[in-house]
Design a protein around this ligand. Structure first.
Ligand SMILES: [Fe+2]
Length: 191
């Protein structure tokens, strides 16, 4: 029996996205995003100007076992690398037939999703909107707004994370700034 086999509660701050009494805070800085953005030079400039935090994920250390649910608060900072809005690395689940749901608490953005057989989808994220990533769909958050994009996520605790495939494949669309608003671009158009 672990501490998480008995009921508990935890406070979350909707303004900052922080989970009080989190067991883990995953901090991803700009330098952890090398290789992900089309404009590598622009990313290096951001890194050399203080290597700011890109995003944080607050979690409780729920056992990674079937039956449990893992949940997190995700805080993605606003900004751009070249024309691309800041995004999370994105991942499939190691146990690929596991889903995930995100409830956006603050900010605005897009959840990009894709499958290994070439399908893709983009769902808008804004406060009060929930996005569902079904089994087998990789998922990446993109912050297209001026404030932090904060969301609450829940997924089966045994799902695991597979970042490797995204690192090599990327996503079939990139989300870029344009004067008329965020738009989806083919990766080849940014090279
Ligand atoms: Fe996930």
């Amino acid at each position: 029996m672990t501490a998480y086999d008995i009921p508990f509660g935890v406070e979350v701050d909707f303004e900052t996205g922080a989970m009080e009494a989190a067991d883990r805070v995953i901090v991803r800085r700009a330098s952890g995003m090398r290789g992900y953005y089309a404009d590598a030079d622009a990313l290096e400039q951001i890194i050399s100007s203080g290597d700011p935090i890109h995003y944080r994920v607050y979690e409780k250390a729920i056992p990674e076992q079937e039956g449990h649910l893992l949940f997190c608060m995700s805080v993605l900072e606003p900004g751009r690398v070249g024309r691309e809005f800041f995004f999370t690395k994105g991942h499939y689940h190691t146990v690929a037939d596991t889903a995930e749901t995100y409830l956006c608490i603050r900010g605005q953005g897009i959840m990009l999703m894709k499958t290994t057989d070439g399908r893709w989808a983009a769902e808008s994220m804004r406060a009060g909107r929930m996005v569902y990533a079904p089994p087998f769909w990789a998922h990446r958050s993109i912050n297209t707004g001026p404030e932090p994009l904060i969301s609450f996520c829940v997924y089966p605790a045994h799902a695991g994370h597979n970042y490797g495939d995204i690192e090599t494949e990327g996503f079939p669309k990139r989300v870029i700034y344009s004067p008329s608003g965020p738009s989806l671009a083919d990766p080849a158009s940014l090279c």
